[in-house]
Design a binder for this molecule. Sequence first.
Ligand code: TYD
Length: 206
Amino acid sequence: MHGIFISMEGPDGSGKSTQLELLKEYLSKKGYEIIVTREPGGTKISEAVREIILNKEYTEMGYMTEALLYASARAQLVSEVIKPALDAGKAVISDRFIDSSAVYQGMARGLGVENVYKINEFATQGVMPKLTIHLDLPAKVGISRKNDQKELDRMELESMEFHERVAEGYRKLALLAPERIYTIDATQTIEAIHKQIVDKIDNILS
Ligand code: TYD
């Protein structure tokens, strides 16, 4: 595999999409061919699975079902988009990847990080990001941002305790994999966060 794979992670409302767009522009200007994708989603089938997962009418969805649906959307995205792009030497930036499952399903839902990684290793064929940007933000700030922007989906409608477990889960995960996960304080300005991301990436690429 020759391309570079970067994932963007953080609690709901941490500003991932904004930073992803800025990063895409930056890397394009540097001459990289960029594939931007999001999870759950990024392919026709994965977007259809996303509709099921986030549908707030499915209040009866079991945690294992949820974890397997995320993994199935990911399996399709990896085989249809991410793997071919990396094999062709492109840069892939993904709004969320395997760590979202480790944190939301493994930690916040309590399924266990090991179990979640196990099913996801199968789903991803071992494809892992070279760098993961973790936008760290208090759960309350993120959810109130989301609430101002749109109608909340099934996950965003979870309790504040759930979202706090998510925010804390990301911090724990970042400590477990410091060589891959780079944490940034997402309460800073958009420009300051972008600069930190760019500095880190330049460092890795050089
Ligand atoms: P996202 O697309 O980032 O939400 P939005 O577009 O509304 O900002 O993610 C959808 C939700 O799914 C989000 O609450 C996080 C959750 N999620 C998981 O619980 N596990 C996963 O593996 C992934 C990829 C997302």
